[in-house]
Write a protein that binds this ligand. Structure first.
Ligand code: GDP
Length: 277
């Protein structure tokens, strides 16, 4: 079969179609364009058999996504490398699912035979403390809380101390915040300074679309891995690509519903197959 060099004329419509497909899957414009550019660079001038251009583009997309996405988060290793007691922080905007995820992680660890204590470090949002206490009761984890408006660094400190005394993992909820909340951001920085988390998760919600970029930026340099919630509501999960492209951090878990068991390890091969199908 004759070979042909991929040129603009052949590539453009294919890349255009692909960008639209990514955008339809709620991938941010920034990430979609970055992927398109990368593909254009690697594919222009490549020799392909006639009629095979589409296949080659798809294969190249798969490679770009494999490079871009990171599912290397390894809980056992993270715990192994953690200090005693292991301290986990959940960060993210309001409503992204931090409190719910604290309950899910706690439940998952308890199922694995590891005891947890939950720290009600969101002393800002009405009802967040009660919500966490309810999770604690349901999953059999102690919850350390102070009053609303109290210093969240002190709550986390007490939770870590409890974890230390009782050989538990401390899971600390924090208040949702954004760039504009300078005070809340300062408070979070203090929480981090005082309690030195071993693993900080940024919790983003799959429905946030382009807003995940703002969230990654607000917490830049503060988180080790990402948890994407509400994947049951937006199964396309474009947010996973957007946040990976912007942050370069691994996606550790996906939230897939409202039950405690609705948390899954992120599997990039499975996700890529789903995006490409
Ligand atoms: P926070 O403000 O970050 O602590 O967010 P919450 O944990 O209070 O969650 C906000 C809302 O999202 C609640 O109604 C949760 O039940 C819901 N939620 C959290 N995670 C998931 C998920 O994976 N799937 C679905 N469908 N809902 C979720």
């Amino acid at each position: 079969v004759a070979e042909k060099e991929l040129d603009e004329e052949t590539l453009n419509p294919l890349l255009e179609e692909l960008r639209l497909k990514l955008l339809k899957n709620n991938v941010s414009l920034e990430a979609a364009e970055a992927i398109e550019e990368e593909l254009r660079e690697t594919l222009t001038g490549r020799e392909v058999k006639r009629g095979k251009a589409e296949e080659v583009v798809e294969e190249a997309l798969k490679e770009v996504l494999e490079e871009l996405l990171d599912d290397s988060f390894d809980l056992a290793r993270a715990l192994d490398e953690a200090s005693e007691p292991p301290v986990m922080f959940l960060m993210g905007f309001n409503g992204s699912g931090k409190t719910t995820t604290a309950g899910k992680l706690g439940s998952m660890f308890e199922d694995m035979g590891m005891e947890t204590v939950l720290g009600a470090g969101d002393t800002f949002r009405a009802a967040s403390i009660e919500q966490l206490e309810e999770h604690g009761e349901n999953i059999g984890s102690k919850v350390i809380s102070h009053e609303y408006e109290s210093d969240p660094a002190a709550v986390a400190y007490d939770a870590v101390e409890h974890a230390d005394n009782e050989d538990k993992i401390a899971i600390i909820d924090t208040a949702g915040r954004s760039h504009s909340d300078e005070n809340l951001m300062g408070e979070l920085e203090k929480m981090v300074r005082v309690n030195e988390p071993d693993i900080s998760f940024l919790v983003v919600d799959a429905l946030a679309g382009n807003d995940v970029l703002e969230q990654a930026e607000a917490y830049e340099g503060m988180f080790d891995a990402v948890i994407v919630t509400k994947m049951d509501v937006d199964e396309n999960g474009g947010a996973i690509i957007s946040i990976s492209e912007r942050s370069g951090k691994p996606v550790a878990y996906l939230g897939t519903g409202q039950d405690y068991s609705d948390i899954e390890e992120f599997d990039k091969e499975q996700f890529i197959d789903q995006i490409l199908s």
